[in-house]
Design a protein around this ligand. Structure first.
Ligand code: ATP
Length: 246
């Protein structure tokens, strides 16, 4: 299995505060990989480091074979097109309709014709389970579930190999959350994506993740699949999973 992301001995220090004290993990092609841990343990920070939105203090992160610590500007620009990111807030532009939101990366990174862009956007809208007629709605006119789907369609606009999701089901009602989980599984199968996901949603964790890294006390206390997790001595793990191991 090809390795997509390698995190080696990563330390992250904000002023005096040590957030990560030597993280190691590896994410393989085709995996849905979860980052789990107590609030404030640095899950979002690690995700941001993986997509070059945040610097780490030492160690190394390699994404698709590129060492982010020594990457050149042009190479970095190219690499950014290889992934899609769905942040917690969804972050759609409120002044743009769904179609315009999804078109943004295609306009920014490609010189495709408007007709071509329209076709790609139409395809992505259907791919995430929205209707073609939704394309002209503005973010204020759609439900939370539809916002997440629209943001996901935008993250997929450039046909990325890698997809980063920060708590994708947070704020969704249980039905929409399960629908979103099913969508993620479908997309992985259909597009062969590798997915890195921060999550607090126990159902989502069990239903979608192949492998997890649990961050606690600044370190990875567990990396592996969920079936072996119950034997790990960690107060967070025992509390979080409430003894409900698979
Ligand atoms: N740019 C920054 N400058 C200073 N401190 C920061 C910065 N970014 C994050 N932090 C701190 O790093 C710690 C980890 O934050 P992070 O958001 O990564 O945690 P998290 O595990 O994702 O939390 P949650 O589950 O609550 O979203 C927090 O204490 C946060 O305040």
């Amino acid at each position: 299995m090809a390795s997509m992301i390698e995190v080696r001995n990563v330390k992250t220090i904000f002023e005096e505060r040590i957030v990560h004290d030597g993280l190691n993990l590896s994410i393989n092609e085709g995996e849905i990989y979860g980052l789990i841990g107590p609030s404030g343990c640095g899950k979002t920070t690690l995700l941001r480091e993986m997509v070059m939105l945040q610097n780490y203090s030492s160690g190394s992160i390699e994404v698709l074979g590129h060492d982010l610590g020594s990457i050149r500007h042009e190479e970095a620009q190219k690499l950014r097109r290889e992934w899609g990111v769905l942040f917690q807030a969804g972050a759609l532009f409120s002044s743009l309709n769904i179609k315009e939101n999804i078109s943004l990366p295609l306009k920014e990174y490609t010189d495709l014709s408007q007709k071509m862009i329209d076709e790609i956007v139409e395809f992505k809208i259907n791919l995430v389970g929205l209707k073609s007629a939704d394309a002209l709605l503005y973010p204020s006119q759609i439900s939370g579930g539809m916002k997440k789907k629209s943001a996901l369609a935008r993250a997929l606009a450039m046909d990325p190999k890698l997809l980063f999701l920060d708590e994708p089901t947070s704020g969704l009602d249980p039905i929409s959350a399960r629908e979103f989980d099913a969508l993620i599984l479908k997309l992985r199968k259909l597009l062969g994506l590798t997915i890195v996901m921060v999550s607090h949603d126990l159902q989502s964790i069990y239903d979608t993740l192949d492998k997890v890294a649990i961050i606690d006390n600044k370190r990875i206390v567990y990396e592996g699949d969920l079936s072996n997790i119950k034997n790990t001595k960690s107060e967070f793990i025992q509390t979080f999973f409430r003894g409900n191991f698979e």
